[in-house]
Design a protein around this ligand. Structure first.
Ligand SMILES: *Cc1c(COP(=O)(O)O)cnc(C)c1O
Length: 351
């Protein structure tokens, strides 16, 4: 089975090797050193500011979303959510559950986020902005520099879900005025699920240390205190942390520009072939993380099933109203041009 999914994705043989080992005990100097090294490399890949901090939270991406909202906002905030699909909606649900004061910039399927739409919220007293920079349900990539500029002009703190964007799309935390940003282990990092990485700048750190969060596990204050010595308050996903260390050591040698370019190459290559097949891509800007193929004949889900059953390849189907309309093909993890050539061949036969 070949995975063209967005998480879990095809893992690298080095990661599989690390995952096969006995786990160590973690309250040791050796493990602390590993965690501190992860912090340094992770923050560099994000172009985080000096004095930025990393939090390792044992949770899925959604756990990171909820944790970010609980710690990065408070009841006095007026929150704006960019809601352009399933993950934008999830931010809305989280804010609702936590009785937060929020409003949405809603985008219908196919609609791009433009500066005009954002500017309507200028001077409205917004204090926090939540965005899934790559809205994975549609593949739309929002212009993070544009959003960051808007936030700076309006004195808004910017909280970014980059779960499906870290490593595949270009992100510069400092230049794009991002205060808090997070990802999950099973997406482009191509690790086992279970670990969320949350990066913050000093301004957000100060906010968190003064915020009153009504949760034991999700209050980030003890995480920040423990991180000073490379530890976590509770038992973390020790195995995934070791996978992360191995992966970051490798990625770090290449540098973020090279890694993003590699993903872009794969996405561009596949998209060119898709267009030659007469299939349709959306008009909005796309992440390098996945290609959404539009099925005007309503056979997206049918095609997903056929490719899975007949060819042993797993594409990413959509749920809800887009189920028959959109089929997504991932560009994360251990996939090569040959894998895409094989997929194109199968798509040709099925169509
Ligand atoms: C996958 C994803 C999540 C949720 O991750 P889970 O690990 O499934 O909880 C959140 N945000 C975005 C943008 C994602 O792509």
């Amino acid at each position: 089975m070949k995975l063209f999914t967005v998480g879990p994705v095809e893992m690298y043989s080095d990661t599989l090797y690390v995952a096969s080992k006995q786990l160590p005990y973690f309250r040791t100097k050796e493990f602390s050193d590993i965690v501190l090294d992860i912090q340094e490399k992770f923050l560099k890949l994000l172009k985080a500011p000096q004095e930025g901090k990393l939090i390792l939270l044992t949770a899925s991406g959604t756990g990171a979303m909820e944790c970010a909202v609980m710690n990065g906002t408070c009841s006095k905030d007026k929150i704006l959510i960019i809601n352009g699909g399933g993950f934008g909606r999830r931010f809305c649900e989280i804010c609702q559950i936590h009785h937060l004061n929020y409003e949405c910039l809603n985008l219908k399927f196919g609609e791009s986020l433009t500066e005009d739409k954002l500017m309507k919220f200028s001077g409205k007293g917004i204090t926090k902005l939540l965005v899934n920079v790559h809205e994975t349900s549609t593949g739309q990539l929002y212009d993070l520099q544009m959003i960051g500029n808007f936030c700076k002009e309006n004195n808004i703190s910017l909280i970014v879900d980059a779960v499906s964007s870290f490593l595949v799309d270009y992100i510069d935390m400092e230049k794009m005025n991002v205060d808090m940003i997070f990802t999950g282990s099973q997406k482009a990092l191509a690790l086992s699920p279970g670990l969320a990485c949350i990066a913050i700048n000093p301004k957000m750190e100060r906010f968190i240390m003064e915020n009153n969060v009504e949760s034991l596990y999700f209050d980030l204050k003890p995480y920040l205190v423990n991180m000073k010595r490379g530890q976590t308050p509770f038992t973390p996903a020790v195995g995934v942390i070791l996978e992360l260390k191995d992966r970051l050591d490798n990625l770090y040698n290449y540098g973020i520009d090279f890694i993003v370019a590699e993903h872009k190459n794969k996405a561009d290559y596949f998209r060119n072939e898709i267009i030659k097949l007469g299939l349709t891509l959306p008009n909005y800007p796309l992440s390098n993380g996945l290609t959404p193929i539009i099925f005007t004949n309503g056979k997206a889900y049918e095609t997903f099933l056929e490719i899975k059953e007949k060819y042993d390849m797993m594409l990413t189907p959509n749920g809800g109203e887009l189920a028959d309309k959109v089929l997504r093909v991932g560009h994360m993890g251990n996939l090569t041009k040959e894998d895409y050539d094989n997929l194109i061949k199968c798509l040709k036969e099925v169509l």
